[in-house]
Design a protein around this ligand. Structure first.
Ligand SMILES: *[C@@H]1O[C@H](CO)[C@@H](O)[C@H](O)[C@H]1NC(C)=O
Ligand SMILES: *[C@@H]1O[C@H](CO)[C@@H](O)[C@H](O)[C@H]1NC(C)=O
Length: 258
């Protein structure tokens, strides 16, 4: 709480005094478009600051709160319908991401496609679920409990379209389109208390899920992708808002003049 207050007050002062919010000195700056350097710097930054950098608005990577999400929402009619909601979810594991490929980030960031690829060895979502429904064998489902999902070797690819916005004669980056693509090696899930009166059935349903995770993934990839994308944006968006694009990189101009 105190850190948040200090950051807010600092940012207010900065708006008033037009001061410059800079990346920490420990972060090695790269030239625009030097994607090899940018990739290394990004990985160093992630390793060094798993708890984020509050002075520039970089959110913690190790613990990310996720907005409540309805994953399945059938209308409650007939013999088989299902409503499944994830609430109070926290995302763990982003701090272990390795950025594997970066494209773009040129002096004019709109001149080429920006792409970021990475892999997370183990991505975990922990929280509570709410399930309602009726299954084929006419079992009514009405349960809530703890949920835990683990995604192994979760890889992602983000294609970004950006605009620049001028403030105090400096350019700030605004993402206006993000196309994500993800994949994984394995998904393991546990829903506690799924059949509150029958723990054997709860174990069985979890076993069925885990044996058929690929089918569930194919069904649920789209909403999960949305969750993951919002986690990614929530981590970086404030930083792009606070740190000017021109202050993130070294200009190439003098290289060209030499
Ligand atoms: C991230 O890596 C650390 C160090 O290897 C490990 O202790 C931690 O469990 C990992 N996080 C997740 C969510 O797997
Ligand atoms: C579902 O469970 C909740 C709490 O356990 C209960 O209040 C509610 O009446 C139940 N709904 C149905 C349709 O059985």
């Amino acid at each position: 709480m105190r850190a948040v207050l200090i950051t807010v007050i600092f940012l207010q002062l900065c708006v008033g005094l037009e001061c410059v919010i800079e990346l920490p000195n420990a972060v090695k700056k790269c030239h625009f478009g030097d994607t090899k350097c940018i990739k290394e710097t990004a990985n160093n930054l992630i390793r060094r600051y798993p708890k984020g950098i509050s002075s520039i608005g970089l959110k913690p990577l190790d613990v990310v709160h996720v907005k409540d999400t309805v994953l399945v929402n059938d209308p409650p009619v007939g013999n088989a319908w299902y409503h499944f909601e994830l609430v109070n979810q926290i995302n763990y594991g982003f701090e272990n991401v390795t950025i594997t490929e970066v494209h773009g980030f040129d002096e004019d960031p709109t001149s080429s496609k920006i792409e970021i690829k990475g892999i997370i060895p183990r991505l975990v979502y922990k929280g509570n679920y709410i399930a309602k429904g009726r299954m084929l064998w006419m079992v009514n489902i009405n349960s809530t409990g703890d949920s835990e999902s683990e995604f192994f070797n979760f890889f992602f690819e983000f294609s970004l379209k950006v605009q620049t916005e001028y403030r105090n004669n400096k350019r700030y980056l605004k993402i206006y389109q993000l196309v994500p693509n993800v994949g994984l090696d394995r998904w393991i899930m546990w829903l506690d208390n799924f059949f509150p009166d029958n723990s054997d059935l709860t174990i069985l349903i979890n076993k069925i899920f885990n044996a058929n995770w690929v089918e569930f993934w194919n069904e649920l990839e789209k909403p999960i992708l949305e969750i993951f994308t919002s986690v990614f944006l929530s981590i970086i968006q404030n930083t792009l808002e606070n740190v000017a694009y021109d202050d993130m990189f070294l200009s190439n101009k003098y290289i060209k003049e030499l």
